[in-house]
Ligand binder design. Sequence first.
Ligand code: OOG
Length: 265
Amino acid sequence: MSAVTEAPTVAVLAHALDEAQRSATPIEQLSAGGQLGLGAAYAVQHAIIARRQSRGEAVSGVKLGFTSLAKARQMGVDDIIIGTITDAMRVDDGGRFDRRACIHPRIEPEVAYLLGPEFDPESEIADERALADAIVGVAPALEIIDSRYLDFRFSLDDVVADNTSAAGYVIGPWVDPRLAAEIGNRGVRLEIDGRLAETGSTAAVLGHPLRALAAARRLASAHGFALRAGMVLLAGAATAAVPLPQRGFVEASIAGLGRVAVHVD
Ligand code: OOG
């Protein structure tokens, strides 16, 4: 009798990735068994989020990945992706992040937007300017990523299935959303215990981080994500990611926008 191997179901893959995250134990890349396909990869991500919701977590927003060349080059991928953030991933500005919950975490500086009611992909928004008017806040942010795959290596489908490596995020003070139009090319610094770890410009994010708004709406409607008022949108890292220290104080600053920090232990 010839053995017929069936492709693992979305539920099986979601279970494997969810358990990898919960136990902080890396797994082999899903693509090791053949390419998943982008549609199936997003289905796995949505199934992971459903599992987290069944444990009491609430979706707090979305994040974009690979919006900067620095990140796309670092990870060897070439397309923008969207992931989900939940309230359990949120750390207060200046708060503590428990590194032991992670496998091989990294941290990166970002711009965050707070979405208003008009931002919904279903609403008719004519142009980029109107989209900028549909945000109600902008802030500096830190994102902690932690691939659930061995050696932090993945294909685009793998990383989409793994909820774009989302592990934690910190939002600095929200400021007037009108400032968002003015921070198209502002210096970004990432410091660990006062030592400079990365520098860059907000322009690294799609030429201007405001472009993340249109990209998020496009990806959200293409892949079944809701964008509701009060949600956070992380625009994607402005620099390459750096390893999260075992312990220490990590701070990001964006000129003219503000600072955000986290204690790691
Ligand atoms: C995937 C997530 C990428 C970004 O800001 O570009 C990302 C990864 O690098 O593990 O969050």
